[in-house]
Design a protein around this ligand. Structure first.
Ligand SMILES: Cc1cc2nc3c(=O)[nH]c(=O)nc-3n(C[C@H](O)[C@H](O)[C@H](O)COP(=O)(O)OP(=O)(O)OC[C@H]3O[C@@H](n4cnc5c(N)ncnc54)[C@H](O)[C@@H]3O)c2cc1C
Length: 436
């Protein structure tokens, strides 16, 4: 009998009940590996955070986990992505999700709603005892017990360590599992850009399902999209982000404290801090000033990532999601990549012994994650906004007078590299579901 009151093998411990950790638990269970325990540092998973996007590749995985309907009930199927000048002109507009040829939609969703949905599926399918909250893991050690390779994961408390056959570090950008694997790595890396985020109740704009990026300035841009549907012409929740180069710190980098607290979604700031950056911006379909000023809570967060790792695996310990490959949130891709990691890892563990499964997981996912990280870095500052700013700082009547279509197409294809997978390839790929 395992210490978790279950019998089956392998015994798998997941550090972190974020989007990656919870999807991993569900994916392992769906693949027939259900001796799983998720250990989460937060005592109670409160509704913090703001909006995130799920790309079609991730929606496919959640659909194959049987969560399509539940997801559709809490999320908005994003119809288009549009770039607008800060004084109003449309730079470009393109379809997303099914409209772009994918067999699955792209969704915009409040992170807390998505986490609740995954949490409730974990409790229903694996049982409430599959999640322990209020236990922060600090480090791990590996050894052999009764002829088996074993991992011990230690928490802050005096209580006995967790013992398992496989530890999956899904504990986010400040991962303790990663810090044990790479003890000299240090804090995340900032690029001098601050992001202010909020969720404001307001009137839907355009078709009520469009994500807009507004700027035309290499230093400041705003992203706004709905994360709930407006029923009967009513109001909806609008997620917004304002990014500005603030270059804090002595050498243009964020303060040390910012980096250590980089994943702290609890630090609220006043709207004035944000409004000064978007002063004078105009739009005929939304009032950014009102949206920012109306947010009940605004959090400031430095734009940070980490350098790619040479390996995600150390014996019977493996990294996943932001713990393995945190990227700037500009490509709306962090949660999606964590979900895809989870599915690939479960698929490989169901088909191979642990060592081979980890090697195959890493071979599939690490090169792709490394490419994405580089693509995200290339996109800061945003190449579209940078070029339009240089050519038309005061706005334009028709974008074709500013940027010829072929140049715009070139920038579009570079931007698309961060949201990833080609529609035809995704639609044709065989499933990572495991028949059980
Ligand atoms: C509270 C919170 C709010 C967020 N809000 C947004 C948002 O609004 N928009 C956005 O784009 N991205 C947001 N993110 C980041 C986004 O969720 C991730 O980039 C993406 O979903 C990848 O998820 P992940 O599961 O790998 O990591 P995360 O989502 O960061 O999840 C990691 C989980 O591990 C837990 N944890 C951390 N350290 C330990 C430890 N030592 N032991 C045990 N558990 C640990 C954390 O509490 C968290 O639940 C947020 C992250 C967090 C933690």
């Amino acid at each position: 009998m395992s210490p978790y009151g279950r019998k089956k093998s392998p015994r798998i411990l997941i550090a972190g009940a974020g989007i990656g950790g919870l999807t991993t638990a569900l994916s392992l269970h769906a693949a027939g590996l259900d001796d799983v325990l998720v250990v989460e540092a937060c005592p109670n998973l409160r509704a913090v955070g703001a909006g995130i996007n799920l790309q079609p590749a991730a929606v496919r995985e959640l659909t194959e986990l049987g969560l399509a309907q539940a997801l559709d009930e809490v999320a908005v199927a994003t119809s288009r992505l549009e770039y607008h000048h800060r004084y109003g002109g449309l730079i470009w507009s393109e379809p997303r999700g099914r409209g772009a040829g994918y067999n699955w939609p792209q969704y915009s969703v409040h992170r807390a709603r998505l986490q609740e949905l995954l949490l409730s599926a974990v409790r229903d399918r694996l049982g409430p005892e599959a999640l322990v909250t209020g236990r922060r893991l600090l480090r791990y050690e590996q050894g052999r017990e009764r002829g088996r390779n074993t991992v011990r994961a230690y928490g802050a408390e005096q209580s006995a360590p967790f013992s398992c056959d496989l530890l999956i570090g899904a504990d986010g950008i400040n991962s303790a599992v990663r810090a044990t694997m790479y003890p000299h790595e240090g804090p995340p890396l900032g690029n001098g850009i601050s992001m202010w985020r909020g969720v404001t109740e307001g009137r839907p704009f355009l078709d009520g399902r469009t994500m807009v990026i507004i700027g035309c300035n290499a230093r400041v841009k705003a992203v706004v999209y709905p994360v709930s549907r407006a029923e009967d012409g009513g109001r909806c929740l609008l997620n917004w982000v304002v990014e500005a180069r603030t270059d804090e710190g002595p050498d243009g980098a964020p303060e040390e404290e910012d980096l250590r607290g980089g994943a702290d979604w609890d630090r609220a700031v006043p709207p004035q801090d944000v409004l000064e950056h978007v002063e004078g911006w105009r739009s005929d379909f939304l009032d950014l000033h009102d949206i920012v000023a109306g947010a009940p809570r605004i959090v400031r967060y430095p734009m940070i990532d980490r350098d790619p790792l040479p390996a995600w695996t150390d014996g019977r310990v493996v990294l996943l999601g932001d713990a393995a490959h945190p990227v700037y949130p500009t490509g709306s891709n962090g949660a999606s990549q964590a979900i895809v990691d989870a599915r690939v890892l479960a698929y490989e563990l169901a088909h191979h012994g642990v060592d081979e499964a980890l090697a195959r997981y890493e071979a599939t996912r690490r090169p792709q994650a490394t490419r994405l990280l580089a693509a995200h870095r290339r996109l800061e500052p945003d190449p579209v906004l940078r070029q339009v700013e240089a050519l038309a700082p005061n706005g334009f009547l028709d974008i074709r007078h500013v940027l010829p279509e072929d140049r715009l197409d070139g920038i579009k294809s570079c931007t698309r590299q961060v949201t990833g997978v080609d529609a035809t390839a995704l639609n044709a790929r065989t499933s990572w579901s495991v028949p059980v």
